[in-house]
Design a protein around this ligand. Structure first.
Ligand SMILES: [Mn+2]
Length: 325
């Protein structure tokens, strides 16, 4: 089925006269890398496809080839000639449905993803849960259709795989990740540039924020759970952005020993964004129960009405722990 769907997507892309791509609402290395690699394929065929993104591209991703195709302008959807919409790494059906509603006609929709929580909202769904990254699904799409990705597309795909596997170190890292990466390297992907741009660029102010989280880190008395949190004062007071602070969960996941890691962060509207990393319980289920989403081993959700304090955050941890099977 996976192969058949790849060929079907290829046919639909070749037929499309006015396609639009959607990267996940949460911009990251995978949503951008996967969408820009497929956009590179169309570029090679003389079609400049707009890649809709929810907000301006963070500086650490501006090195990506084809990033100039990204647009935050939702009026791109207001065009009756749009005949194909492809979403990348978007498990949240409501985000894509909202954007589709802006299209005057009813274009064909293709949903390419690897999240277990993906609602299969497309007319064509290529949701490969065993895949380490949507970029790896797109890599297989190239391979299945005997299309050789350009060096630029290879770098985009490598970015997605490196991002979602935290450079081949987290629990999502599997044979598929290494297979794709080795072929992409042979195809000219610039892996050192990918790593440098994604990881070796933390400002001292960002590390100070991480420091605040490290000081507050706490281990659960009876469960193998480690948790910490950051307030707006920590983040804003150090002149850091949420995007810059995001690598903290991945870093802690790499260096702490626990079944589940929680990193909580106060959101600008006073809620709490909870990020979970697990080597045991299925945290996607907990996230879904709390109105969020993600993977078995990495998932998250946001809540309102809880103070971002030691007490409030720890209460959230206890609530989530009670949902583990
Ligand atoms: Mn992904």
């Amino acid at each position: 089925m996976e192969s058949y769907t790849h060929r079907r997507i290829h046919d639909l892309l070749l037929k499309a006269k006015r396609p639009v791509f959607i990267a996940d609402e949460r911009i990251d290395g995978d949503s951008l890398g996967s969408s820009l690699a497929m956009a590179d394929f169309l570029k090679g065929r003389g079609i400049r496809v707009p890649v809709f993104v929810s907000e301006p591209i963070p500086s650490k991703y501006r090195f990506l080839p084809n990033v100039d195709l990204c647009t935050t302008d939702a009026t791109v959807f207001n065009d009756p000639s749009i005949d194909l919409v492809v979403s990348f790494d978007c498990s949240d059906a409501s985000y894509v449905t909202r954007l589709l509603a802006l299209c005057p006609a009813r274009p064909m929709t293709i949903n390419i993803d690897h999240h277990a929580t993906n609602a299969r909202y497309g007319q064509v769904n290529q949701v490969v849960v065993s895949s380490p990254a949507t970029a790896e699904v797109v890599y297989r799409w190239f391979k299945e259709n005997n299309v050789v990705p350009s060096r630029e597309a290879a770098t985009c795909l490598m970015t997605g795989i490196c991002f979602d596997t935290t450079v081949f170190s987290n629990a999502g890292t599997n044979l598929r990740a290494f297979e794709a990466a080795s072929e992409l390297l042979m195809g000219g992907a610039k892996i050192q540039e990918v790593i440098r741009n994604m990881y070796q660029n933390r400002g001292v102010n960002v590390l100070r924020v991480w420091g605040a989280a490290l000081e507050r880190i706490r281990r659960h008395e009876s469960k193998s759970v480690v948790a910490t949190f950051l307030t707006r004062a920590d983040i804003d007071g150090n002149g850091a952005t949420d995007d810059e602070v995001d690598g903290l969960s991945n870093f802690l996941n790499l260096v702490t020993e626990s079944d589940v890691l929680f990193v909580m962060r106060e959101t600008p509207d006073g809620g709490i964004k909870v990020s979970m990393r697990s080597s045991g319980p299925d945290v996607a289920k907990v996230a879904a129960a709390m109105g969020g989403g993600g993977h078995r081993k990495a998932a998250g959700f946001s809540v309102g009405g809880v103070a971002c304090t030691e007490e409030g955050c720890w209460g959230l941890v206890e609530k989530c722990c009670s949902m583990f099977e």
